[in-house]
Ligand binder design. Structure first.
Ligand SMILES: [Fe+2]
Length: 419
């Protein structure tokens, strides 16, 4: 217990020191570059305003005993994001100045030991040039972050694929699937933008709409405001869904026994109300007795600490080797670790989960990069291995950071072709 407290105290001390060093460096850079008093005052006032706004909101939440997870997106996500962006800005400035100081320190010691020249150059005022460069470099990402928060999160993209199969039943040649994922309704804010996206889904005029999990962040009631909108999603042969790791209510501290179970049942009934048929380790045939494709829906299965309720063998009960199979599985690591190596051929697997980290650089044909690639081998887009396809949808909504930079919300449209 004592060791634990000591660890916590050490960690906080370290964080406070880093925070202070960053603040001091950033202030010094401003002082060096902007000699005029007014600029410094504006800089300080802006900092104070942003911090006070966040503190005020936290006090309101505390005084009204509001549940943090309920109000985060409507009340805190943007103020938090702005505080983090500002801190990131100062962190970049400090990194430049820290490197400069370290090199000066090195030169100072070097000269003290090996040279007879005076070492008081160490005390010479920090170069104006480095301060200017650091402020410029730190300011560069800010427009992208602000665009990501206010525009990028609604920058819905339709991505079309045409996939060819030799054993596709004749009747399904040209069959169109719209794949969406990770709505995270607790993070949605602007109803007209979401309505626009639903309209875009309907404009694809698909035969099937398939949703691969994370309808909510934490609680089923996040959908109350949105179920009317998502009920409007249309398709000729129905709408099907599976659960994502966020749909189980695992990330909430529930107040009374049975509340988590009630929340889960509520989520199931709201999905049904919206017209989504949820597949829980089960399959369904689309088409007629002689010409059909099988839709296999598994519960969440994720590598590492993520829930492993997905049971592909149970979900495939009753299917034969010759059935054409489309699997819906929230987490692409399921395909990586189990599905692609399974003794059954899963023609096409649909996943989501990664959100492409809501941050990356993608220029079709040129570059496709996001830090999430260090965690998930299959993180966005279409993959083809062992005669099987995987589509990882970049997601519809957001989680954590209330925006998207370079990795946009996605509606995948997949046309099946017979060859
Ligand atoms: Fe998600």
């Amino acid at each position: 217990m004592k060791a634990n407290l000591k660890n916590i105290a050490l960690r906080w001390t370290f964080l406070i020191i880093v925070f202070l060093v960053v603040e001091i460096y950033a202030f010094q850079a401003f002082k060096t570059v902007f000699k005029n008093n007014w600029t410094l005052k504006i800089y300080l006032a802006f900092n104070a305003l942003i911090i006070c706004n966040l503190i005020y909101r936290l006090i309101v939440i505390n005084n009204n005993s509001l549940d943090f997870s309920d109000v985060f997106y409507n009340y805190l996500s943007i103020p938090f994001a702005i505080v983090f962006t500002l801190f990131g800005f100062k962190l970049i400035i400090s990194s430049f100045l820290f490197i400069e100081d370290s090199s000066r320190l090195f030169i100072f010691f070097y000269k003290s030991f090996f040279s007879a020249t005076e070492s008081n150059s160490f005390f010479v005022q920090r170069r104006n040039f480095i301060s200017k460069i650091s402020i410029l470099a730190a300011a560069l990402p800010i427009p992208f972050v602000l665009h990501g928060i206010f525009k990028g999160r609604h920058n819905y993209r339709v991505i079309n694929y045409e996939l060819e199969f030799d054993d596709l039943p004749e009747k399904f040649d040209g069959y169109k699937l719209t794949h969406i994922s990770d709505i995270h309704s607790g993070s949605l804010q602007e109803i007209n933008k979401v309505e626009y996206a639903v309209d875009l889904i309907n404009k694809q005029n698909s035969d099937l709409v398939l949703f691969t999990g994370d309808f909510v962040n934490n609680k089923a009631n996040e959908l109350n405001k949105w179920k009317r909108v998502f009920s409007k999603i249309e398709s000729r042969d129905g709408k099907y869904s599976v659960l994502g790791n966020h749909d189980y209510g695992d990330y909430v501290s529930w107040k009374y026994k049975g509340e988590k179970k009630k929340n889960f049942l509520d989520l199931l009934s709201i999905q049904a109300e919206m017209g989504f048929k949820l597949l829980l380790n089960e399959n369904i045939k689309i088409g007629s007795e002689s010409q059909s494709i099988s839709l296999v829906g598994v519960e969440n299965w994720g590598k590492g600490g993520f829930k492993k309720k997905g049971d592909i063998d149970k979900a495939c009960e009753g299917l034969t080797k010759n059935d054409f199979k489309i699997v819906m599985s929230h987490d692409p690591s399921h395909w990586d670790k189990i599905l692609k190596n399974h003794n059954t051929r899963f023609h096409l697997t649909l996943s989501g989960h990664t959100h492409g980290m809501q941050f990356g650089i993608e220029i079709p044909g040129l570059i496709k990069w996001s830090p999430v690639k260090w965690v998930y081998k299959y993180w966005a887009g279409l993959y083809h291995e062992k005669n099987q396809f995987l589509n990882v949808n970049r997601g519809f909504g957001v989680l954590g950071f209330p925006g998207r930079v370079g990795v946009w919300p996605e509606i995948s449209v997949i046309t099946l072709k017979k060859v």
